[in-house]
Unconditional design. Sequence first.
Length: 152
Amino acid sequence: MRTLDFAPLLRSSIGFENLNRLVDFATRGEGDAYPPYNIEKLAEDSYRISMAVAGFSRDELELTVQDNVLIVIGKAEPKAGEAEREFLHRGIAKRAFERRFQLADTIKVTGAGYVDGLLNIELKREVPEHKKPRRIAIDGQATDGTESLITA
């Protein structure tokens, strides 16, 4: 796999050091689409990830957030008596999985629920005050309403 050099594009940018890591993550792609999931925008700053995890109990699912990555792990533990069953067709997959979602710095996981075979993970965008746009006066003097707007 080739690596991309973004140095020429980032000459006028500050604070994008991990852009190469994010691009590598995106170009890798995911070979397995199991389990299927939806990402919904519920409101201006609220989101939900819904994953179809039919057959899994709450105890077999694990959610972890580490370094802006949401990791969902499903552990398929065989139950007593399952080894004896003979399937003619098995369309409901229940196999172990690990699904990762890259989160922005401002996205926080606020909760999770499990209803009707769907794992719902609630997310909220929380922009800290120091990251919101603010007006900066030039030379410390207010002008006639034409101040420069600099975003931090």
